[in-house]
Design a protein around this ligand. Structure first.
Ligand code: 8YV
Length: 313
């Protein structure tokens, strides 16, 4: 039986954190008056870190934990974890795939529909009494549109299936075609954006996808185009997106993720052609419960010397 105090990098979903702290000795990094001193005190004994997709852990922090063997991530995105450092040191990394796929795909469609049908605008229209003075301007429609998906992994595939049920045509970008995928593959994001009416970013974050949705792609999507991002803020050129949304060269956007969360550019906050969400892709009790279950199962597996449940390859 392995024993180790656990360094917790950031707050978890309440019930998950309570369960973790009831079973193990857990040190909350964000509450430490002196983080360096806490890390030094853990250097000899800490072999497990628990973190979140948003917080991750960098090489400098892991270097202060020479006994570290496991980083368990509450989240599917591990782009904030220095995976190369973990590989070099033989530190196992686990995440929480599959249990959140449908939830995140649902929010992508909710954002897309809210953006196309201007749901937040209509809500304000009623609340502000404008309906008493006349009808709301008509909107565009989703049916019949061409939807381009950047990244056809588990979440991208779930989004594609949902979009098909709304009568859209699907195209997608990935580095290589996938055997058995019926939808049209594009080997270039700009070409996909030129073809599409809607572009949805569903790819992992990290160096390989940094700004993969470029200014050129957003310009190719064009003044009637709709951009939806439920991936990471890092996958889009955010400055270009803000500029193009503001000058009409990009039609509208539905955004759940941003470059410097929770800070959102003030220009976006003032735009009527943008729907904003505070990184709520997996943000439901049932899904966060399932994510927590996977974190706890991975830590328990490590503790018991058993194979990890969802190890990142
Ligand atoms: C979580 C996410 O909200 O799974 C991910 O990668 O971005 C979300 O599900 C995030 O990990 C919490 O920090």
């Amino acid at each position: 039986m392995n024993q180790s105090p656990i360094l917790l990098m950031a707050p978890l979903y309440g019930p998950t954190q309570q369960a973790l702290e009831s079973r193990y000795t857990v040190h909350r990094l964000w509450e430490a008056p002196d983080a360096g001193a806490l890390l030094a005190s853990l250097a000899d004994g800490c072999r497990v870190v628990v973190t979140t997709g948003g917080k991750g852990i960098d090489a400098a922090t892991m270097a202060k934990l020479p006994k570290l063997e496991l980083v368990a991530c509450f989240g599917v995105g591990v782009d904030a974890i220095d995976l190369e450092y973990c590989r070099k040191r033989g530190i196992a990394v686990t995440n929480t795939p599959d249990v959140l796929t449908d939830e995140v795909a649902d929010l992508a469609l909710a954002l897309l529909l809210a953006t196309v049908r201007r749901i937040p605008y209509g809500d304000r229209f009623v609340r502000e009494g404008k309906w008493l003075k006349g009808g709301m301007p008509l909107t565009q429609s989703l049916g019949g549109r061409k939807v381009g998906i950047v990244g056809l992994g588990r979440i991208g595939s779930a989004i594609a299936k949902r979009c098909e049920s709304f009568g859209t045509t699907i195209g997608w970008y990935g580095p290589r075609p996938k055997p058995g995928v019926k939808w049209q593959h594009f080997g270039d994001v700009v070409e996909l954006a030129r073809w599409a009416d809607v572009l949805i970013a569903a790819c992992p974050g990290g160096p390989a996808t940094h700004r993969i949705v470029s200014r050129a792609a957003l310009e190719a999507l064009g003044p009637d185009g709709i951009f939806v991002n439920i991936a990471r803020g890092s996958v889009v050129d955010q400055d270009a997106m803000v500029e193009l949304l503001g000058n009409g060269k990009l039609g509208s956007a539905g955004l759940d993720v941003f470059d410097d969360e929770p800070n959102v550019p003030q220009a976006l906050i003032g735009m009527e052609n943008v729907v904003l969400q505070p990184h709520m892709g997996s943000g439901t009790h049932p899904t966060r419960t399932e994510m927590g279950r996977l974190v706890l199962e991975n830590v328990a597996a490590w503790t018991e010397g058993k194979p990890l449940v969802t190890q990142v390859s």
